[in-house]
Design a protein around this ligand. Structure first.
Ligand code: GAL
Length: 373
């Protein structure tokens, strides 16, 4: 069967039926049809997402799926419930069912080496989605946000909320000392160290001169990290810190993700803080619960990363590869996965507070008033 007629057949059939039909044809699943630019793309795209516990990944999955389908692809979208073996076996199934390309947001970026060798052996191109996949040469492209800058933005919003910086980013000269606690993301997620590094580099001068003080003394990434980004683990850590620091009042908490912020705020309110004296708490992802909390004056800030744009970037990369074109990248130095520097396309993120959420989230159509009501 000629490639283009097979691709048309692929486009018309059900994913399961295809799994059987294509099982013996792995050799035909080229990453593109170089030289055959006139041929239509199409085919099955496996999309592996980490969890449905967080609404951002649901939005990512939906956006990627809808945009791929619009271009005529079939989509095998799977969520792994944050379980590594589940994600590995989902990807194996995608490969054996005839996927023509994979888009993967990994749970643990170091656990996909073997399965991605299988993808390589079957000539299936791989796009790392939002999170870098480490320790394998078999990841073709990466699309994400400027993760170091996300960390800088989180720390900047903490400093603005405390009044150390003004709205223009200028130092106000406020001497503090302000008591802050620091949280980091999941140590197996490559992004977590980028967020942390960006934040710490921004906070360090203020820690050094005593404007900021960490009463628990827990200033190492290892102490601050929250495995799998679990809200309940963050809540528990915050509760423990409150016990350790006793009557010392906190003015700020660096949180790298809205889910953690919810857990942290819940520990703070159970620990005696009320809406009027809650510390400045940061976040990331602009999840509905956190935007509501920001509107209510609890959480102070979040970082908006437009999942529609991220999805578009991943979909464009896949479509380019399938058409034999080279995807556009804008960073070829930052994301070294231990085996290679993965060519990346980085998107921009935005700090969101009560002052600008309408403009950033509602005017852009990301949410409606009703979503946040
Ligand atoms: C990171 C991602 C963040 C946040 C976090 C927890 O990898 O970049 O935006 O979603 O995972 O899900």
């Amino acid at each position: 069967m000629k490639k283009h007629s097979m691709l048309k057949a692929v486009a018309g059939a059900g994913v399961l039926a295809l799994g059987i039909g294509l099982a013996g044809c792995a050799g035909d699943r080229t990453g593109g049809n170089a030289g055959g630019g006139e041929e239509e793309a199409g085919g099955i795209i496996g999309v592996a997402m980490p969890t449905q516990q967080s609404e951002r990944w649901i939005a990512d999955g939906n956006n990627v799926k809808a945009q791929l389908e619009e271009l005529g692809y079939q989509v095998d979208l799977q969520y792994a419930n944050d379980d590594i073996p589940t994600q590995v076996s989902q990807i194996e199934n995608m490969i054996s069912s005839g996927a023509n390309a994979l888009i993967i947001a990994s749970i643990d970026g170091t656990t996909l080496t073997d399965v991605l060798q299988q993808a390589k052996d079957a000539d299936i191109p791989v796009i790392a989605y939002d999170r870098l996949i480490n320790g394998t040469p078999n990841v073709d492209y990466y699309t994400t946000f400027d993760n170091y800058k996300v960390g800088v933005q989180q720390a900047t919003s903490l400093l603005t909320g405390l009044g150390v910086l003004d709205a223009s980013g200028a130092d106000t000269g406020a001497a503090g000392p302000f008591n802050v606690e620091l949280f980091a993301g999941s140590p197996d997620d490559n992004n977590a160290t980028f967020f942390w590094q960006g934040a710490i580099d921004t906070l360090q001068p203020y820690l050094d001169k005593g404007t900021l003080v960490v009463p628990s003394g827990q200033t190492d990434f290892g102490q601050a990290a929250i495995l799998r980004w679990l809200p309940e683990t963050a809540q528990e850590r915050m509760e423990n810190i409150l016990t350790v620091i006793g009557s010392t009042k906190l003015q700020g908490v660096l949180s790298p993700y809205d889910g953690l912020s919810i857990g942290i705020i819940s520990a703070l309110t159970s620990g005696g803080y009320s809406a009027s004296d809650l510390p400045v708490v940061t976040g990331q992802d602009a999840e509905v619960g956190s935007i509501k909390s920001i509107i209510a004056g609890e959480q102070y800030s979040t970082i908006f990363k437009d999942t529609r744009e991220l999805a578009k970037q991943a979909v464009t990369m896949v479509d380019d590869i399938r058409k034999g074109e080279t995807p556009q990248v804008n960073d070829e130095e930052t994301y070294d996965n231990g085996e290679k520097i993965v060519p990346s396309y980085l998107l921009e993120s935005t700090i969101v507070t009560k002052d600008n959420y309408k403009e950033i989230l509602i005017d852009s159509g990301y949410y409606t008033e009703a979503d946040l009501g």
